[in-house]
Design a protein around this ligand. Sequence first.
Ligand code: SF4
Ligand code: SF4
Length: 64
Amino acid sequence: MYYAAKLTEEKCTGCKICIMSCPDPNVIAFVCASKKVKIDEGRCKGCGLCVSVCPKDALNVSQL
Ligand code: SF4
Ligand code: SF4
């Protein structure tokens, strides 16, 4: 089974806290156009660190 972080865009305020929490700095990227983050699900390890730090409950780890 493969798990990855998923974003609920409506909840994301673009604070970028999750980007700093991720062990791989290239998996979560800030998108200037939307002012929200984007998860590279193919490279996410599913560790859940970003989920634990998001103040808006905008992230969860689920099975792909
Ligand atoms: S920590 Fe949460 S609210 Fe902040 S940018 Fe990441 S997903 Fe969005
Ligand atoms: S689950 Fe882990 S590897 Fe995936 S985006 Fe969140 S912090 Fe990064």
